[in-house]
Design a protein. Structure first.
Length: 144
């Protein structure tokens, strides 16, 4: 069922940005974990797929996906979808993404023309439909 929105924990957002910058100019890809709360998905964890990204796309071997799903469960999170990057491109699904990405899960895409201007978009693919989702990153609590 397509969620109404995605909440991205601050720590998960920072981890995603570190992974995207670390892979630049290649693509990064990671599994997303968290929980469903009503009509929202709450992403609290990421598990990167080492070596799965590259300059022209990414591929995740089934054994790596199973290991990432087990890691998320160990961390107390449910698998919710994937994040990947489009270095130098848009934070939106490409034609290839629309054809190849898994259906029925959240897809976060990190894009930006420059390393210091990253943006993240959230999407739900179902059949041929690609639904943009509202993405919220709560502000960090001020230090006491």
């Amino acid at each position: 069922m397509c969620p109404d929105e995605v909440w991205l924990a601050v720590a998960a957002q920072r981890a995603i940005e570190r992974q995207a910058l670390g892979a630049w100019p290649g693509e990064m890809v990671a599994a997303l974990g968290g929980r469903r709360t009503g009509a929202a998905l709450v992403i609290e964890r990421i598990v990167p797929f080492a070596g799965a990204g590259g300059d022209g796309g990414f591929a995740v071997p089934p054994a790596e996906f199973l290991a990432a799903e087990a890691r998320l469960q160990h961390l107390g999170a449910r698998w919710l979808g994937f994040v990947h990057s489009h270095p130098g491109g848009a934070a939106a699904p490409s034609a290839r993404d629309r054809h190849e990405l898994w259906r029925g899960c959240v897809q976060l895409i990190v894009g930006g023309a420059r390393r210091d201007r990253l943006q993240t978009g959230a999407f739900w693919l179902d059949g041929d439909a690609c639904t943009p989702l509202r993405l919220t990153v709560p502000r960090p609590e001020p230090a006491a």
